[in-house]
Design a protein around this ligand. Sequence first.
Ligand code: FAD
Length: 633
Amino acid sequence: MDGPFEVIVIGGGHAGAEAAWAAARMGVPTALVSFQREAIGRMSCNPAIGGIGKGQIVREIDALGGLMGVATDEAGIQFRVLNRRKGPAVWAPRAQCDRALYARAVRERLERTANLAILEGSVDELIVESGSPHRIRGVRLSDGRELRCTAVIVTTGTFLRALMHCGEQQTAGGRIGEPAANGLSDCLARLGLELGRLKTGTPPRVHRDSVDYARLAVQPGDDPPAPFSFLTDGIDQRQVSCWITYTHPATHELIRRNLHRAPMYSGQIRSRGPRYCPSIEDKVVRFADKERHQVFLEPEGYDSERIYCNGISTSLPPDVQDAMVHAIAGLERATIVQWGYAVEYDFVPPHQITATLETKGVSGLFLAGQINGTSGYEEAAGQGIVAGLNAARRVQGREPVTLGRDGSYIGVMIDDLVTKGVDEPYRMFTSRAEYRLLLRSDNADERLTPLGWEVGLVDEARWARFGRKRAIADAFGAYLSSRRSGDGALAAELCDPDREPMDHPRVREWLRDVASTVDDGNGDAEHAGVVREAVIAAVHQAKYAGYVRRQERQIDRFRRLESQRIPPGFEFASVPHLRYEAREKLAAVAPRSIGQALRISGISPADVTIILIHLERQRRQRTEMHRGLDAVG
Ligand SMILES: Cc1cc2nc3c(=O)[nH]c(=O)nc-3n(C[C@H](O)[C@H](O)[C@H](O)COP(=O)(O)OP(=O)(O)OC[C@H]3O[C@@H](n4cnc5c(N)ncnc54)[C@H](O)[C@@H]3O)c2cc1C
């Protein structure tokens, strides 16, 4: 495709890939502009996808018709379901991937997508028509090229005015060996967007042949590995193990002695990093009484020489990193092939976007991913798909789509971003969702595939497969409830983390009995994948039926609050008796509903009551005015 384009996506990371994929699949001429084609889909840190809270997001992206789940299934070298010992509502799939295979899986899918052009280049400026609000018209590249369009999605990750730190050494760049994006940061600021600054970091990598594996505990993956995508029937590629080791009091002592050389402690880095994902220097200071910290040694791929040392993210200088690594069991003679480092970058505090991820100040300008203050591939990808589909709908002249807190983790994340803002990089946890029994990884397709189909993201094949799964799940659910007193016990047995549900004799017996109704005649591996997903979904639904009903009642109450709309442009400053601080916060976020106003941190139920009284008074005044006009007329 040579253009003209309607949607331009800047950045080919995880947000950008999903955004471009979504917009193009919806039939809108789209360009993805990124520094290097080769770096599309690249994982900056550990090549691992999923985990607690994040795995559910990947299932949701997949259910909507996105890329991340299928790419992970193609590139995964170790799959594990985390939280197995807890209830299935919080089971979370995670996969260690082959870094190169993952990026290739993403890039090749994008290259084969109709309506999508991939262009190499650096976007330095946005072309904007001034007005109220301003309107996006295109982008300008550093080589002078200009591309016109109706919507732009900025997904520049950790690259805006990025500065990397490794000890005292500072280098401009968003990721090792890649440049920073300075022009775009300046341009966003000129457009009136407020910018903030955050930090993240990565650990050293060691050469795989230099590790003493005999001293390590092995961590195998699940057997059989469970795929991420609702489209995948099984993982056929070879699976590998990871290893576990620990830091030593000597490691901690060494770090303590060198804290004055750590950019986080010397004052060289001033911005906030993720509290929940601390560097090893932070761990040693904050958890001073701990004698050791776990370190996972994770291969970066089948052919890669690199082992990722998960748990010792650091920006200490190389000589300290060297000594620190060698003080860890199994790494005494390790060769370090990449030093750990930290990166500081600009982000756009997300009170400046709406739940469609469009900026409030520039019509047609969308932001997704790390630029909105999040951290993580999955969080970025989840926003990417929402921004892509909304940019495409704007071009198509259709109503925007937003995801609610009651229907997805992606909805929870976006609502948190736009109502609460961020003061440290935001990552997903299951505890952020109030309806986690409903937002399970097994039912992501029930929650989102119909929406994906309606907007044109889900294709015929996925839709047909979803229909088959739903029919089988209904049939198995009916079987479970027909067993009356026995169903709860059987459901509990089928949730046993140590047992593959499909091997349970009752499931096998049921499948034999009803084969004629659920078998589509193929009897092949594809069918096996659908049946497995369906059985698991039905079992989890049965297990939580009572709680689910209770949560659905809570959701009804929640929806009533959400349906009490606050009109656009509502002047919070003119509401009598509203606290000054509340006025400021409400004006900054501009909530669209009473429910959203209630979730803004620092806004109390009393503030909301005052707004409700004011809205009611305004409504009465309008009604009386209309009556008066009618009487005059
Ligand atoms: C050192 C480091 C450590 C990290 N550690 C962790 C961690 O421990 N845990 C975690 O969850 N996450 C971590 N991350 C964050 C994770 O990499 C990001 O959350 C995720 O990649 C964000 O995805 P994104 O799509 O928003 O941006 P990115 O993946 O950063 O992609 C941005 C893309 O935009 C392109 N680009 C940027 N500017 C321009 C421009 N002007 N013109 C054209 N192209 C442009 C870049 O080339 C890149 O392809 C780390 C990141 C880094 C760099």
